[in-house]
Design a protein around this ligand. Structure first.
Ligand code: GLU
Length: 393
C-alpha cells in the first residue's frame, strides 16, 4: 500500500505529553511498583458515593438512551444556577451546552469559531492541548511567553505584542494548569480593557480547577465582567473538582451567536452526553462539602510537598494559589526540562511533566501533580531531594 498521508493539520500536532507520561508511569509501575506517577492531573480520590449512586439509579430508571443534544434540562438549569451563584455569570439555560469533558468543550468552541489562518493567543506556560486544538481548526497559535520571574503576571504589553487584526481568540486558564496561579482583579482589568480595545477578539476561559483554591485565594471569571461577557466562552467540567475524570463530563456557556455553530458541531460529533452521567452531574453540583474536603487535603499535600522541594538547593517552587500542581524551576547547569524529567524518572523513580511541554522555554521546569496519596507525595519529595543532591551545581 502506498504510504498513507493523513490530514496535515493533525500531522502538525504533537501527541499529548500528559497522556504519554501517564501511560509511561503505568508501564514503569508494572515492573517496579514503587515508581510514583505525578504526571497525570487526576484526583486520586474516588468519585463521591452520592454521585455514583445517582448514576446507578438513573441507569436502572432508563437514562440509557439519547438525551436532548444540548443536555438534560435539569442539568443545564443546575449549571445556570451554579454559574450565577459561584461565578457571577448570568446567562440563560439555552446558553449552556453539556459536553463529553471540558477538553471536548474547548475543541468544539475552537473548531466552530475559527477560520483557517485565524490567530489564537495562548498565555504560556499553557496546558498541552490548547495548541494542538488550535492547529486542528487550521488556526495559528501565537504564544505569549509570560515571565516566571514576574510570577507569570498578565500584562497589557505582552498582549499588545501578540495581537493582530487576525487575532480571533485568547485562551486563558485560571486557576492555572500548570502554574497554579489565579486571575487577580488587576489582571482581569487588563484582559477586559484589552478585549474592549480589540473587538475582533473573543476570550475562552477554562475554569476547570475553579473549586481548588488555597489560603482563601479567589479567581475572577471573565464572563462576570458585564462589558465583555458576550465575548467570553466559559468552559468548566466535573473531572477535577468532583474527581470524575473517567466520566468525561464538561460544559460551556456562551452567547447565542457562538452557541449556534458550536452546537451544530456537537450534533455531528458527540450527539449528546450519556443520560445517567448527566443525572449524576446534577448531584455533583450539590457536593460542595465533598469538594471542600478534597480541597482541604490538596492544600495539606501542597504544603508538605512544596516545602520539601524548596529545601533542595537549586529548586524554586512558588506555593500555588490553586489547582493541584507544583510548578518547580530548576537551576542545574546543562539540564533542561527534559533532562531533569528524565533524571528524576531514572534516579528517583518519580514521573512528572517537563515544563517545556507547556511552552516554558526560558527556565528548566517541571510540573508535579499533588493529587496523589499523601504518603506518595512524602516519598516523592524525599526521593527527588536525595536524587538532586547527587547532582553537581
Ligand atoms: N488535564 C490533565 C493534565 O493536565 C489530564 C491530562 C490531559 O488531559 O492532558 O494532566
Amino acid at each position: 500500500m502506498e504510504s498513507f498521508r493523513y490530514n496535515p493539520r493533525i500531522r502538525a500536532m504533537r501527541p499529548s505529553a500528559s497522556m504519554a507520561l501517564m501511560a509511561k508511569a503505568r508501564e514503569m509501575q508494572r515492573t517496579d511498583p514503587s515508581v510514583i506517577g505525578l504526571a497525570a492531573g487526576e484526583p486520586d480520590f474516588p468519585t463521591p458515593d452520592r454521585i455514583c449512586m445517582e448514576a446507578i439509579r438513573a441507569m436502572s430508571e432508563g437514562y440509557t438512551h439519547y438525551t436532548p443534544g444540548p443536555g438534560l434540562p435539569e442539568l443545564r438549569q443546575a449549571i445556570r444556577d451554579k454559574l450565577a451563584r459561584d461565578n457571577d455569570i448570568h446567562c440563560e439555560t439555552e446558553d449552556i451546552l453539556v459536553t463529553p469533558g471540558g477538553k471536548n468543550a474547548i475543541f468544539l468552541a475552537v473548531n466552530a469559531l475559527l477560520n483557517p489562518g485565524d490567530e489564537v493567543i495562548l498565555l504560556d506556560p499553557s496546558w498541552v492541548s490548547y495548541e494542538p486544538i488550535v492547529l486542528s481548526a487550521g488556526g495559528v497559535p501565537v504564544h505569549v511567553r509570560l515571565d516566571w520571574q514576574a510570577s507569570y503576571r498578565v500584562t497589557r504589553e505582552a498582549l499588545e505584542a501578540a495581537v493582530s487584526p487576525r487575532t480571533r481568540l485568547l485562551i486563558v486558564n485560571y486557576p492555572n494548569n500548570p502554574t497554579g496561579r489565579v486571575l487577580t482583579p488587576a489582571e482581569a482589568d487588563v484582559l477586559e480593557s484589552f478585549l474592549l480595545d480589540n473587538p475582533q477578539v473573543a476570550l475562552l476561559s477554562d475554569e476547570v480547577y475553579e473549586k481548588i483554591l488555597f489560603d482563601g485565594n479567589v479567581t475572577v471569571s471573565m464572563a462576570s465582567r458585564e462589558r465583555v461577557r458576550e465575548r467570553v466562552i466559559t468552559v468548566n467540567g466535573f473531572s477535577k473538582c468532583a474527581a470524575m475524570t473517567g466520566w468525561r463530563l464538561g460544559y460551556l456557556a456562551a452567547d447565542k451567536r457562538f452557541m449556534e455553530p458550536i452546537y451544530k458541531l456537537h450534533q455531528h460529533s458527540a450527539s449528546c452526553v450519556s443520560g445517567f452521567v448527566q443525572r449524576a452531574a446534577v448531584v455533583a453540583l450539590d457536593c460542595q462539602q465533598e469538594m471542600e474536603e478534597m480541597r482541604r487535603i490538596y492544600q495539606e499535600r501542597r504544603d508538605l510537598f512544596v516545602s520539601e522541594l524548596n529545601e533542595i538547593p537549586g529548586v524554586h517552587c512558588e506555593s500555588p494559589a490553586g489547582a493541584f500542581y507544583a510548578w518547580a524551576i530548576f537551576d542545574y547547569p546543562g539540564l533542561d526540562s527534559n533532562g531533569i524529567c528524565t533524571y528524576l524518572m531514572d534516579h528517583a523513580g518519580v514521573v512528572g511533566m517537563p515544563g517545556s511541554e507547556y511552552g516554558e522555554l526560558r527556565a528548566s521546569s517541571m510540573r508535579f501533580s499533588f493529587a496523589n496519596a499523601t504518603e506518595d507525595m512524602v516519598r516523592a519529595g524525599e526521593r527527588i531531594k536525595s536524587a538532586l543532591l547527587e547532582l553537581p551545581r
